[in-house]
Design a protein. Structure first.
Length: 96
């Protein structure tokens, strides 16, 4: 945990992609609490309002997301994903 608290900037990529376990949610809460006053960049394919169901404990979710969302600058990008352009055309075909 000390290694993650120390940097000036921490990037959390793809937050809320899957449901968190209780220990994972508690660890994330502790990390964000310890980093108060330090920069955090979070990327997600979901809107912040959609993050709540991914936390097993609603009290932890409310406290954590209050710290992340209410004291943040949000950049919301509503555009098509670039990923379909990067997929192989026929993923089941054998390599040539």
């Amino acid at each position: 945990m000390r290694e993650l608290v120390r940097p000036d900037l921490l990037i959390l990529d793809d937050l809320a992609m899957r449901q968190l376990t209780a220990p994972q949610a508690d660890d994330l809460y502790e990390l964000v609490s310890e980093r108060q006053g330090h920069s955090v960049i979070i990327t997600s394919n979901r809107a912040p309002s959609d993050w709540y169901p991914h936390f097993p404990n609603p009290v932890v979710a409310e406290s954590l997301l209050d710290r992340l969302i209410n004291a943040s600058h949000q950049v919301i990008m509503n555009s098509p994903s670039y990923r379909p352009n990067k997929r192989p055309r026929n993923p089941t075909a054998p390599p040539t």
